[in-house]
Design a binder for this molecule. Structure first.
Ligand SMILES: [Zn+2]
Length: 85
């Protein structure tokens, strides 16, 4: 089974993204890793370093480094920056 990765792919790893989540959070983040699994929806997701967010209270008790989100909570994203030449 292939789950909807919302357009994210391995090529986005290492890039700076603006991510909108289904709960209304919009953040800027460096995508560290995209995790995919063909069996479990909750194994599919992103690990990212959080740079800024409109919902800081959501992350108040967590480290801003290597934050995990299941892909189902990702609503949309855009690439802010590509790697330097
Ligand atoms: Zn799995």
């Amino acid at each position: 089974m292939n789950f909807d990765m919302k357009g994210l792919s391995a090529e986005h790893q290492g890039k700076r993204l603006r991510i909108e989540f289904t709960d209304g959070e919009i953040c800027e983040a460096d995508l560290l890793m995209l995790s995919t699994c063909h069996e479990h929806a909750d194994c599919c997701g992103i690990t990212f370093d959080l740079l800024r967010t409109n919902r800081p209270e959501k992350h108040q008790h967590a480290s801003p480094a290597a934050v995990w989100s299941e892909i189902e909570f990702v609503k949309s994203f855009e690439v802010l920056e590509t790697e330097a030449e």
